[in-house]
Design a protein around this ligand. Structure first.
Ligand code: NAD
Length: 486
């Protein structure tokens, strides 16, 4: 597959280029080969994208909501029809195994488009009777929304932002991560094919400076970022200047709590999925696995046994279960966390290095399990964003809740227990935006997704996302005369 796109940007319904922008090299993480060369957007491209979005948004509000829904629905169908081709591109863009991308990326994007297609015609206001006079509300679009993506789920992130934004009547300018510039361009093509007006969904490439230019432009009404907390702070501050709406989907250090009565095989499955899927590059991962003292030995032995069987290798091979990390820099960062964990006294139970035979190709790293991790160790406090699982032990419910919450993050949390009342009691006490009972990391479009504390503001997916991509106009209607004092 030739990964080189027709041009770097997709603006006003067509590919466009400005060779004056800084070069972006797209590297296939499994081989280190440069598979595409693009350019970062110049101010002229940014200007063109925002102007065309502003114009297209006016045109889009002239579509009946049910027609808007139809466009989104057609886009969902096209994503599904092209799932294989899009999954292969996602694998080249990110290095994630085809085994994953075939089911988790375009498929999840299509679900979001289909869901918000169905909701589009239901986004309405309400009427408040006042005994004669009355008030009605209109739920209106915000205008031009800027989406800024991280590199771990380029198709999914673009769809999770575009679907509710467009369903509510907004236009979007999307900037993918400079590390994974390819997939969002395909989505832009698909929207045009599905009947969206030119300019409704534009893609501009670029580094942080392009994101900042988009987020602070007076034509921008909302910024939705998926990224790290430090970037979130900058983007939030930039948006504040213009009192713009924001959605911030940021990092995490989520707890997965396994009580002594848990189904151990299921809990091990969840720990594997919640730490090693996408080679650990998932914001909501349950990287602090709190295991009750009574079952630790059994849990760790099954976890290690099963992790040893993981098939690591070329992500283009459908048998591969664990691909490389996104980049050499990310691998260095993760290896550094592994060294720190060892130096701070954690016990390496499995992995910790580069797999045999894969040192010289790509950015591979072994799935890594530490036991004996304590709350203050760096590996238990900071987001690693790689396949590094930490086991912490506990003996008491109140103790584990307090320790699970003792983090500035609050993205997600999981609880494994057969005790129904305990499950709900513990979840109620956990400071996290998204929780799972007896499973982990499932994010259907029907469920709100997002974080509390430093992990973010706003929610993606579900009806909740409508609140974040629309605003209410309140209209007072007088049915009688106007009284005045003089
Ligand atoms: P990052 O913060 O480095 O970059 C995210 C995006 O922001 C990129 O497109 C980047 O170019 C852009 N950017 C950087 N500086 C900017 C600035 N000053 N103004 C505007 N835009 C700017 O994040 P990353 O390394 O690409 O992704 C990993 C991070 O994303 C992790 O922290 C992870 O937890 C988080 N993440 C969160 C979610 C979620 O839904 N909560 C999902 C995926 C990833």
């Amino acid at each position: 597959m030739d990964a080189q796109p027709t041009a770097s940007h997709f603006v006003d319904g067509a590919y466009c280029e400005d060779g004056a922008g800084a070069t972006i090299e797209c590297v296939f993480a499994a081989t280190g080969d440069v598979i595409a060369r693009l350019h970062s957007a110049t101010p002229a491209i940014v200007d063109k994208a925002l102007s065309s979005a502003k114009r297209a948004q006016k045109e889009w509000t002239g579509f009946a909501p049910v027609e808007r829904g139809r466009v989104l629905r057609r886009a969902a169908d096209i994503l599904r029809e092209r799932n294989r081709e899009l999954s292969e591109l996602e694998t080249l863009d990110t290095g994630k195994p085809l085994q994953e991308t075939l089911v988790a990326d375009a498929a999840s994007g299509a679900d979001a488009l289909e869901y918000f297609a169905g909701l589009a015609a239901t986004i309405t206001g309400e009427t408040m009777p006042l005994g004669g006079d009355f008030v009605y509300t209109l739920r209106e679009p915000l205008g031009v929304c800027v989406g800024i993506g991280a590199w771990n789920y380029p198709t999914q992130i673009a769809c999770w932002k575009a679907a509710p934004a467009l369903a509510c009547g907004n236009a979007m300018v999307f900037k993918p991560s400079e590390v994974t510039p390819l997939c969002a361009l395909k989505l832009a093509e698909i929207f045009i094919e599905a009947g969206a007006p030119a300019g409704l969904f534009n893609v501009v490439q670029g580094y942080g400076d392009v994101g900042a230019a988009l987020a602070t432009d007076p034509r921008t009404d909302k910024v939705s970022l998926t990224g790290s907390v430090p970037t979130g702070r900058k983007v939030y501050a930039g948006a504040a200047d213009g009192i713009r709406h924001v959605t911030m989907e940021l990092g995490g250090k989520s707890p997965l709590i396994v009580f002594e009565d848990a189904d151990i095989e299921n809990a091990v499955s969840a720990a594997i999925n919640g730490n090693f899927y996408s080679t650990g590059q998932i914001c909501s991962n349950g990287t602090r696995v709190f295991v009750h003292n009574d079952i630790e030995a059994h849990f760790v032995s099954r976890l290690v046994e099963r992790t040893k069987t993981a098939k690591i290798g070329d992500p283009r091979d459908e048998e591969t279960q664990l691909g490389p990390l996104i980049s050499k820099a990310q691998r260095e960062k993760v290896l550094n966390y592994i060294e720190m964990a060892k130096a701070e006294g954690a016990t390496l139970a499995y992995g910790g290095g580069v797999p045999d035979g894969l040192a010289d190709t790509g950015c591979y790293i072994e799935p890594t399990i530490f036991t004996g991790v304590t709350d203050e160790m760096t590996v238990a406090c900071e987001e690693v964003f790689g396949p590094v699982l930490s086991i912490l032990t506990f003996s008491d419910e109140c103790e584990v809740i307090a320790r699970a919450n003792d983090t500035p993050f609050g993205l997600a949390a999981g609880v494994f227990t057969r005790d129904l009342t305990r499950a709900h009691r513990v979840v109620a006490a956990l400071e996290a935006g998204t929780c799972w009972i007896n499973t982990y990391n499932l994010t259907p479009v029907e469920a709100p997704f997002g974080g509390v504390k430093l992990s973010g503001v706003g929610r993606e997916n579900s009806k909740a996302a409508i609140e974040h991509y629309s605003q209410i106009k309140s209209v007072y209607v007088a049915m009688g005369d106007v009284e005045a004092p003089y």
